[in-house]
Design a protein. Structure first.
Length: 119
């Protein structure tokens, strides 16, 4: 399994970024996908989750109305559109999936992409 994030960078408050996660090595369309983030000195927190078919999404309260998660099951890609960015959104953003071998869950993380919101 491989998850490769891209699209991070430095943006001013109020700006936008679109993160991408390229997935491979598993049956992508079978599993929900989640974006997490981790700010310096803080724990890793879930930001947004999308169901396997893309029909259901869930968001952390702190990003509702500003972030949109989406996926393309034909390209094995998941995206996070981030609008109206705030300094408190600064963090390393990770793509995550949990798949199963039989009944045994396995967790996979990407390497992360840095998002910095600053003027």
């Amino acid at each position: 399994v491989q998850l490769v994030e891209s699209g991070g960078g430095l943006v001013q408050p109020g700006g936008s970024l679109r993160l991408s996660c390229a997935a491979s090595g598993f049956s992508f369309s079978r599993y929900p996908m989640t974006w997490y983030r981790q700010a310096p000195g803080k724990g890793r927190e879930p930001v947004a989750t999308i169901s396997n078919a893309g029909t259901r999404t869930d968001y952390a309260d702190s990003v509702k109305g500003r972030f949109t998660i989406s996926r393309d099951n034909t390209e094995n890609m998941v995206y996070l559109q981030m609008n109206s960015l705030k300094p408190e959104d600064s963090a390393v953003y990770y793509c995550y999936v949990q798949d199963y071998i039989g009944a045994t869950p396995r967790d996979y993380w990407g390497q992360g992409t840095q998002v910095t919101v600053s003027s």
